[in-house]
Design a protein around this ligand. Structure first.
Ligand code: ATP
Ligand code: MG
Length: 439
């Protein structure tokens, strides 16, 4: 019925030949049903972990979670998680079961899984096992808890965030009772480790369905990032905006490519707007200095969530820069590229484009950033031409200048001046630059 990769077929059939039941389960089966390509394979079997280890003794088998019944088989550098059918007992810490028990039935294993879309097993030998109507839910694009949603979220608060992640990544709608339990049980994410919160939120932010998820579940996300609460419903009485700060924020997240740095930047770019808000005599709202004030707040949020250092630093830098006035002449754009470097400049343009896309029709056509298409064109052509972005890219080097008799700090200062000259139109070629250096 489904086409499984050769390796998966052979793992399943080796387990079956040894007398055990074995299935593919979880995200891979869900993805096969929805016509997406599985990115990894979770397998489940009646074989106990030691039996799995013995059956694959000739392969690389890593006992990644023996007490939970999980071993990882690595074939051609691809990991396959094989987990013994199991049940879970007691969730005193609302995060992890106190104990697991190995079981003989696939149905009982599927019952411990969080959402119907992931509680489907398939094997070529045994067909589909779908006790909770997962296939119908996947086909309808519905995310539904297995069993009573509130009970399942109380067992493990991580599932609250997994729900948002699946809804966003698969573009699923969350079934009503499950949705209500997410709002009512949002505090259940409290015991979830910061790294896990960050990783689920990042995957939520990068999903195709992020807009709907953020608009409906901002309150849940605010459990992890209370700094967002002032944004909800905060009005922006300027002609440039027709949405409140949160709705604008959400539109900008959806408008930028699904890259973690860029999506986090957009989520937090206006975090200080409410705090910077004032209304002038004419009744127009202003939010001066919100980028400078927002950058350290974003830095604090990303530090608390234990984001990777590069993501945190880059997002913070982009938030600080997001409202700067851009130049729209060649030399100005060239100077920007020199100052920020290629990567950060291109990201800043993407951030500004997304920010603009989230504004009112008037704002999109009248703001300072209407020049963006021209700025991007110029940046593109400068990069295509290989315009020098640092003194190292100049057609002359420090050695050339030493040969001309310059010494010490003169060398560096002259190279910097030459780069300025090239930005202002001198060709980046040896002779004109050496002539200038002599002069
Ligand atoms: P993907 O791998 O595409 O992100 P997935 O559904 O495979 O999605 P995983 O996190 O890989 O998700 O987990 C594999 C399966 O294990 C899930 O489909 C689910 O059935 C079960 N599972 C994982 N974590 C939990 C949890 N915290 N609570 C209940 N079931 C879980
Ligand atoms: Mg998976």
């Amino acid at each position: 019925m489904f086409t499984l990769p050769e390796t998966v077929l052979s793992i399943l059939s080796r387990l079956e030949s040894a007398g055990h039941a074995a299935y593919a389960v979880g995200g891979a089966v869900r993805d096969l049903i929805r016509g997406a390509t599985p990115h990894d394979w979770d397998l489940t079997t009646s074989a106990r972990p030691e039996e799995v280890m013995a059956i694959f003794a000739d392969e690389t088998v890593v006992p990644t979670g023996l007490q939970h019944g999980t071993v990882t088989l690595v074939i051609d550098h691809i990991p396959y998680e094989i987990t013994t059918f199991r049940g879970e007992i007691g969730y005193t810490d609302h995060r992890r079961p106190d104990a697991v028990e190995f079981l003989d039935s696939i149905e009982a294993d599927l019952a411990r899984r969080d959402f119907t879309a992931g509680a489907i097993a398939y094997s070529p030998a045994r067909g589909l096992c779908d006790p909770f109507g997962g296939v119908a839910d996947v086909k309808a694009g519905v995310l539904r808890a297995v069993g009573d949603p509130m009970t399942r979220f109380a067992e493990d608060g991580l599932r609250v965030l997994r729900a948002l992640r699946f809804a966003s990544a698969c573009g699923f709608t969350i079934e009503e009772k499950t949705a209500r339990a997410l709002h009512e049980g949002k505090h259940l994410i409290a015991p979830v480790a910061a790294e896990r919160i960050y990783s689920e939120l990042t995957r939520t932010l990068c999903g195709a369905g992020v807009e709907a998820v953020l608009l409906s579940y901002g309150d849940v996300i605010a459990e992890a990032i209370p700094e967002l609460i002032p944004l909800f419903g905060f009005p922006q009485n300027t002609s440039y905006h027709d949405r409140d700060v949160w709705a604008h924020t959400v539109a900008t997240v959806a408008a930028i490519e699904p890259d973690p740095v860029l999506r986090w930047t957009m989520l937090l770019h206006d975090v200080a707007k409410p705090a910077c808000h004032y209304v002038d005599e004419r009744g127009t709202a202003h939010f001066k200095t919100h980028p400078e004030k927002g950058a350290p707040i974003a830095d604090g949020i990303l530090a608390r969530l234990k984001a990777e250092r590069v993501t945190r630093e880059e997002a913070t830098a982009l938030i600080y820069l997001h409202d700067i006035d851009l130049p729209d002449d060649r030399a100005g754009v060239h100077r920007l590229l020199v100052k920020l470097g290629k990567e950060r400049t291109l990201r800043l343009l993407a951030v500004k484009e997304a920010d603009l896309a989230g504004k009112s029709p008037y704002g999109r056509t009248h703001g300072r950033d209407v020049i963006l298409p021209r700025v991007r064109e110029i940046a593109k052509s400068l990069l295509a031409e290989g315009a020098p972005l640092s003194v190292r890219d100049l057609a002359v080097s420090g050695t050339d200048l030493l040969a001309l008799g310059l010494a010490g700090r003169q060398v560096g200062d002259t190279l910097t001046r030459l780069l300025e000259e090239v930005i202002d139109g001198t060709p980046n070629e040896r002779n004109p630059l050496l002539a200038l250096a002599r002069a």
